[in-house]
Design a protein around this ligand. Sequence first.
Ligand code: HEC
Length: 117
Amino acid sequence: MAKFTILASITTILATLGLAKLSANDALAVNPCVTKEFKTELARDACAKGGQPAAKDAMKAFMKEAKLKSCNACHSKLAPNYELKADGLEQFKKLGGKVIAGNAKAAPATAAKAASK
Ligand code: HEC
């Protein structure tokens, strides 16, 4: 009987710990994206909808279609800042990812012209 009581309280403790862990994860789930000026529609739309977790999901779906295996093909680092490799955006474009018009390649010549006005 005593054995049973101990077991019951262990179960209660474990359940409580489990709940605490869950809510900590929930708090993380609303991490906003670090990018402020998006170059891709994919990331912009996903980040607007659900922050980094949504962006991750969108990236995963994109990779599946592009038949890529690793996030590190384009990112030099993952969480928390997801730094891109020098050719990360280029790869994304080549694989058919949609970039936001006018933002992806600000041609230096055009930029200089605009500045001199
Ligand atoms: C084909 C290249 C490519 C691959 C593979 C890729 N990403 Fe990305 N990712 C990008 C680009 C490009 C951006 C920047 C988007 C922008 O500026 O609009 C980005 C942005 C992100 C962001 C937004 C970061 C922020 O906070 O602003 C997250 C999160 C992310 N990627 C996660 C992932 C994860 C997780 C994987 C693997 C499942 C992955 N990416 C694989 C190209 C890629």
